[in-house]
Design a protein around this ligand. Structure first.
Ligand code: C2G
Length: 132
């Protein structure tokens, strides 16, 4: 079984997230998604609308996703890849090059981001719509 892993906050799920999950799954048979904990999000300077538990439940309902684990630190990726016998690490290309150190342990793939959508854009658009 070929195992793939990807990481992210996945807040306010949108087609950009679905696109990366669908394409990541195409690299193997089993997709693990490491979702940033609320505490790690704070480290990333992010405040998710949905809690970790809510984001986990949402991701677990997606057909491409086989397992969801928590992301607590920047440093856990090597351990995750080894402990879960991961063959391929996939991220959007806004992270291009940032995780090349994993090439020692698995394939590393950066996929083009979906243009025109982001959680930040959703929040801004909603704020504008509600504030006139
Ligand atoms: N993404 C995408 N297209 C978009 C928006 C997001 O392909 N329009 C991808 C990102 O490139 C990332 C994944 O969706 O691979 C999740 O994005 P975020 O939830 O924003 O995750 P991020 O904050 O980038 O966290 O250790 C890695 C970090 O946890 C990544």
């Amino acid at each position: 079984m070929k195992k793939v892993i990807t990481y992210g906050t996945f807040d306010l799920l949108h087609t950009g997230h679905i696109n990366i999950l669908r394409r990541a799954k195409e690299y193997g048979d089993y997709l693990i998604v490491a979702i940033s904990s609320d505490e790690f999000n704070a480290l990333k300077g992010k405040k998710a609308y949905y809690s970790f538990e809510q984001r986990k439940a949402i991701l677990e309902a997606i057909r491409y996703v086989d397992e969801v684990i928590p992301e607590h630190t920047w440093e856990q990726k090597v351990e995750d890849v080894q402990n879960h016998d991961v063959d391929v690490f996939v991220m959007g290309d806004d992270w291009e090059g940032k995780f090349d150190f994993l090439k020692e342990y698995c394939d590393v793939v950066y996929l083009p981001r979906t243009v025109g959508i982001s959680t930040t854009k959703i929040k801004n658009d909603l704020n504008q719509a509600n504030n006139g």
